[in-house]
Design a protein around this ligand. Structure first.
Ligand SMILES: [Zn+2]
Length: 233
């Protein structure tokens, strides 16, 4: 598999064991092959997957065994053999990794999940599991950016006004990454621990699928986080 099929974004994690990847449109393996665990070439230590059946909910789970989980949009584990996955095409994949303990996960945050509080639910899950939010590094992966995410007044009404910018076409521009960033800080994560990938899935057609650009494609990218086969230098 060629390297440009994958975006390796683990360099922003302080935990040297962590591998965080984003499988792009250029990947020829297909989503089913990846999710059927045939991905040794992805350099994960093991290939035991957690796959959430995403429904734009705010449900986030912590599981130390693999499997398919109904009705959830975020998955965490403390088992280094597990790789957490989510599927996205415009929505934000948000990766979390503890800096020195084995706790990591990934959530799917579209505008619905964001407004309904998936970030708050993530914080509650981690705090209930006795983890300090200040020890986590966070990466917001490729997603639709404010250059391309526009909404009508019906949806705009659901957002705090300070995040809306009225455009000439009477639509509103919204910066979802900024909302996620602010929410993460509000619930207790550290500002300096949050990294936002600047890639816009709508603009960068060669690399990414976009639900909005293709008006409802069923193709998705995959976000994966797990332990590496080897420590990075
Ligand atoms: Zn764009």
């Amino acid at each position: 598999m060629k390297q440009d099929n994958l975006l390796n974004i683990f360099n922003n994690f302080n935990n040297p064991q962590i591998l965080a990847q984003f499988i792009t449109k250029k990947n020829n393996d297909g989503i089913n092959k990846v999710l059927s665990s045939k991905f040794n070439s992805y350099s994960f230590k093991e290939n035991i997957l957690i796959v959430p059946m995403q429904k734009h909910t705010t449900n986030v789970i912590l599981s130390n065994s693999a499997g398919v989980f109904e009705d959830c949009d975020g998955v965490f584990t403390t088992n280094p053999k597990i790789v957490c996955s989510i599927k996205v095409a415009d929505c934000m994949p948000i990766y979390f990794a503890h800096q020195n303990k084995t706790v990591y996960g990934i959530i799917h945050a579209g505008w619905r999940g964001l407004i309904n509080g998936i970030i708050k639910q993530t914080a509650i899950l981690l705090k209930n599991s006795k983890h300090n939010l200040k020890n986590f590094d966070i990466i917001i992966g490729p997603s639709i950016q404010n250059c391309c995410f526009e909404i009508g007044i019906d949806v705009a009404d659901k957002f705090p006004k300070k995040y809306l910018k009225l455009k000439k076409n009477r639509k509103y521009q919204v910066n979802l990454q900024k909302i996620a960033f602010d929410n993460l800080i509000k619930v207790g994560f550290l500002k300096e621990a949050i990294h936002i990938t600047p890639d816009c899935t709508f603009c960068m057609e060669d690399n990414y699928w976009s639900y909005r650009r293709s008006r409802g494609t069923t193709d998705r990218m995959i976000g994966l986080i797990g332990y590496r086969t080897f420590k990075k230098n």
